[in-house]
Design a protein around this ligand. Sequence first.
Ligand SMILES: [Zn+2]
Length: 80
Amino acid sequence: MSVPPKRRPSSSKRRRAAHFAIAATRTSTCPKCSKQILPHRVCPFCGTYKGKEYLKSKLDKKEEKKSKKQKAQAAEKQGK
Ligand SMILES: [Zn+2]
């Protein structure tokens, strides 16, 4: 036969809960754009890591989109 669980005193409950707190995430600053980023990761804003560029930055993507749009509009105008 199973034994019912014993009542846990409030002190032991609180002692267990002492380790439930979530630590704040540590960040480092990007050397290129000086924004707060996660350490040991490629900067999502400028796409660089240790001075090398690995990803397209958000600004580059925006400019690419703009130029594509402009090209499409120019092609439409020429077609008409
Ligand atoms: Zn950066």
